[in-house]
Write a protein of this length. Structure first.
Lengths: 284, 185
């Protein structure tokens, strides 16, 4: 059984948080550049250029891409032949939270987490706890993915259950309406993560997980690849444009993840992500 | 897009009334930061003031007459810098509070996204505007901020009220004082 030191996980998560806040992933930058080539509205094109400029300043001068450096969501894929050497009753989750706290402190990132949602809302001062999703996979590696998503777009995410007998048109209309309702508030151009199937909580998780796919990579299932393309075309025909100020570029991508579900339901979750789509992975 | 206009707070009524939805503006001078919790406290301070007789009420941390408020919670500055990333947050969350501040002389707000019908009516009634800055361009926008000083509610951390000196800070008039908006949907 392979061992990984507690401290190795702490330092890896710290680096991922800092890199995520400052470096727009290459696929997101490419998607914005591609959109700029196609954008017919001059004001919209100007905003897209400013987003590219913003990414350059963020990386070059170590200023976070966005002041909302997010709630740290951490996806862990742990090989079944690897374990974390912690001690003192500590766990992998403690290492992740220690890494998030270190990253937000040493990276000069904003601490945006309050300890209690309703009573007092006192800031924890460390941007912890992170939201952690853990799964066991084959092998002896540990994959850590940090997504530091802002709340302006997260607030616009929605869930709905449909009758199992509906057609795809009804679902498309609902998803397009969710994007329309999010509008300018969610910082378009957006990335739309969609979770289809599973149950109440799984569809929401899938909609977040969907965001982690490379934006230039099509869905591996042909039916869903076509659905993603149709959704993207419908969303961009809304004309909301960058920042909701008009234009052809309302979304950069629609990404679908699916799971088997109950005969009586068809859960659909939409996770709205802004253009400042920050995530970073490492494999230990 | 309309014309580009230069604004220097405090803003006079005539200047604000001349702004049209779609105009690009460049702001130079003093603006104040405030987001969710700071708005709640400012409005509580106004209510307490109104409920008291005489001038014993709570003093507001800055003069609202002609003022510009920027809805932002910046990242901490790296050593040697004045501020970190500083882009706008979602304006709609301030909808319940803004009318009270506009009635007290606030002339412009900088944020992103939509405002409520009540805010739009108040902009019209008192002569104020809502400006949109580019959400998610906090690194770029921070380059227009020359200084930042916490002047109230320090315990709120990033949500404290800061006095910012800005130069050519870019924004677009999203809602003007005549009931018009740049948003089409």
């Amino acid at each position: 059984m392979r061992q990984i030191e507690f401290e190795k996980i702490v330092s890896t998560v710290e680096s991922l948080c800092i890199a995520s806040a400052h470096e727009l992933p290459a696929d997101v930058l490419t998607a914005i550049e591609d959109a700029l080539q196609k954008e017919s509205n001059p004001a919209a094109a100007k905003i897209l250029k400013q987003l590219i400029e913003n990414a350059g300043i963020a990386k070059g001068e170590k200023i976070p891409l966005c002041q909302d450096t997010g709630l740290a969501v951490v996806f862990i894929e742990q090989g079944c032949e690897v374990f974390v050497k912690a001690g003192n009753g500590k766990t992998l989750f403690d290492a992740i939270n220690a890494g998030v706290a270190a990253g937000y402190k040493n990276g000069f990132l904003r601490k945006s987490i309050v300890a209690d949602p309703l009573n007092n809302r006192k800031n924890t001062g460390s941007n912890t706890p992170a939201v952690i999703h853990h799964e066991i996979v084959p092998g002896d590696k540990l994959k850590i993915t940090v997504i530091t998503k802002g709340t302006g777009c997260e607030n616009k995410s929605r869930f709905e259950t449909f009758n199992p007998t509906v057609g795809k048109e009804e679902i498309i209309e609902w998803i397009v309406d969710v994007v329309k309702q999010a509008g300018a508030d969610a910082c378009p151009p957006l990335i739309v993560g969609i979770g289809l199937g599973g149950n109440f909580e799984l569809s929401c998780l899938l909609s977040k997980k969907a965001l982690l796919r490379n934006l230039q990579q099509k869905n591996s299932d042909r039916f869903y690849a076509e659905l993603e393309a149709e959704l993207l075309a419908r969303i961009n025909s809304l004309g909301l444009g960058p920042q909701g100020l008009g234009g052809d570029t309302t979304a950069l991508a629609c990404l679908i993840e699916t799971a088997p579900c109950h005969i009586g339901s068809l859960p659909v979750a939409v996770n709205i992500e802004c253009h400042s789509h920050r995530h970073k992975s490492a494999v230990i | 897009m309309g014309q580009t206009k230069k604004l220097q707070p405090p803003l006079a009524d005539s200047i604000v009334r001349s702004l049209k939805a779609g105009d690009e503006v460049l702001i130079t001078g003093v603006i104040y930061t405030a987001r969710d919790m700071a708005h709640k406290r400012l409005c509580e301070a106004i209510c307490r003031k109104a409920s008291l007789t005489g001038d014993a009420g709570q003093k507001l941390p800055f003069e609202l007459e002609g003022a510009v408020i920027y809805f932002v919670g910046p990242t901490p500055p790296r050593p040697g810098r004045v501020i970190g990333s500083a882009g706008p947050t979602t304006s709609a969350r301030m909808d319940n509070f803004s009318p009270k501040l506009i009635a007290k002389g606030l002339k412009a707000m900088i944020g992103k996204g939509y405002r409520s019908d009540e805010v739009r009516d108040t902009l019209k009634k008192y002569g104020a505007v809502h400006l949109s800055a580019i959400g998610g361009a906090g690194a770029l926008l921070s380059k227009h901020i020359l200084s930042a000083e916490v002047i109230a509610y320090e315990d709120l951390g990033t949500e404290a009220i800061r006095k910012l000196q800005v130069v050519d800070f870019p924004a677009v008039v999203a809602y003007d004082s005549h009931g018009n908006t740049i948003y089409k949907l």
